[in-house]
Design a protein around this ligand. Structure first.
Ligand SMILES: Cc1cc2nc3c(=O)[nH]c(=O)nc-3n(C[C@H](O)[C@H](O)[C@H](O)COP(=O)(O)O)c2cc1C
Length: 355
């Protein structure tokens, strides 16, 4: 029988398409005089738990079957070659069945020195979290929150009452930084406050606008589909707007629907310290293999440098000071819940009145 993970990858492939999303409703203001040279651009990013040479990473997806072992090998080799951090897919299956461990451990075998995240769900406990980290000799642990996916999954969980308590235990049990992530439905201020209190080292907002697990799980259902729920959740842009009051209190990662280097830069300008990419890179890995993915990542790095030059930003920190013009749904959301769109549009303090 096809494993659940193999089904997810197949349905991802069948439904993958590039579409517009809320990143299109965020614009930088062009300055015809950037007054800088490409030599001055440096996009390394500081996290509370280290410094990454590249401010984007390959987010958690696969493992648990022969096919996804190959995908993990491809993703991790590409990460090693390009200096990106890479995350594992959920290791729950391998915690139960030791025969599946190797489909995850390949991540470390082909990438002995890279930054690798282990990955589990918040239904697991501190002991299981420790085993997941040890399995990959991981540098960090992602804990995913996926309530909408569970609801639409016919065999999904129907009890989320222990997740926050589990999270607190997980944070206390492991000796690596814990990043709490969604899986494509985003987060809100109320969630951020709880995660900060629980001791998360970083929060990956993982908003909507890209891979949609309500669509994917719907296709696994024979009847009683939840098609009408497809727009559930907050986009990555809106989740980052929600993050503004907390931006100095914790490390935010932005992910969900990132299609190109400009989306990466917009997410960094909204305050993310690093940006996660799943669907876009998985699509390339499946279509063009490791060499195609390496070529794409190198192209993104080069183009990020060039667009930072165009923006007159010599580092990631400077992006957080660029004026941003919101429109559409993010504009309306910001009107109702902050930050004021006018404040974002004039935050650099330059060129607001006379220019
Ligand atoms: C095939 C597939 C499998 C995934 N499995 C996991 C997983 O096991 N754990 C997890 O935290 N997220 C998982 N995700 C979610 C991604 O990490 C990410 O949050 C989501 O795809 C949205 O980002 P994107 O629009 O860049 O794809 C998976 C995504 C895909 C496409």
């Amino acid at each position: 029988m096809e494993s659940r993970k193999d089904q997810h990858v197949r349905l991802f492939q069948e439904t993958h398409q590039k579409h517009t999303n809320d990143f299109d409703s965020v614009k930088f203001i062009h300055d015809a005089l950037p007054e800088m040279s490409l030599k001055q651009v440096n996009y390394t990013t500081d996290l509370s738990f280290g410094r990454w040479p590249v401010p984007f990473f390959i987010n958690g997806m696969t493992g648990g079957s022969a096919k996804t072992k190959k995908i993990n090998e491809c993703l991790s080799k590409a990460a090693a070659e390009t200096g990106l951090a890479v995350a594992s897919g959920s290791q729950k299956a391998a915690l139960r069945d030791p025969e599946l461990r190797d489909t995850f451990q390949v991540l470390r075998r082909v990438n002995p020195n890279g930054f690798i995240f282990a990955n589990i769900g918040a239904e697991l406990d501190g002991e299981q979290a420790k085993r997941a980290v040890a399995m990959l000799e991981a540098n960090g642990l992602q804990v995913h929150l996926n309530a909408p996916q569970e609801i639409v999954m016919p065999e999904g969980d129907r009890d989320f009452s222990s997740w926050l308590k589990n999270l607190e235990r997980i944070v206390r049990s492991v000796d690596v930084p814990v990043v709490v992530k969604e899986v494509g439905f985003g987060m809100s201020r109320a969630t951020y406050q709880k995660l900060i209190n629980a001791g998360a080292a970083a929060i990956d907002v993982a908003g909507n606008g890209g891979v949609n697990f309500i669509t994917i799980e719907n296709l696994r259902r024979e009847r009683a589909r939840f098609d009408y729920l497809q727009d559930w959740g907050q986009s990555t842009v809106i989740s980052m707007l929600e993050a503004q009051p907390y931006i100095d209190q914790t490390v935010f990662f932005a992910s969900g629907g990132v299609r190109n280097p400009l989306d990466v830069l917009k997410a960094l300008a909204l305050g993310a310290r690093a940006v996660g990419i799943s669907g876009t890179f998985l699509h390339t890995a499946l279509a063009e293999g490791k060499d195609g993915l390496i070529a794409q990542i190198n192209e993104w790095k080069e183009q990020m440098n060039q667009i930072m030059l165009l923006l007159g930003c010599s580092n990631v920190q400077a992006l957080r000071n660029k004026n941003l013009i919101l429109s559409g749904a993010p504009f309306e959301w910001a009107r109702l819940r902050g930050p004021r769109p006018e404040a974002l549009a004039t935050r650099s303090g330059k060129g607001t009145e006379k220019a």
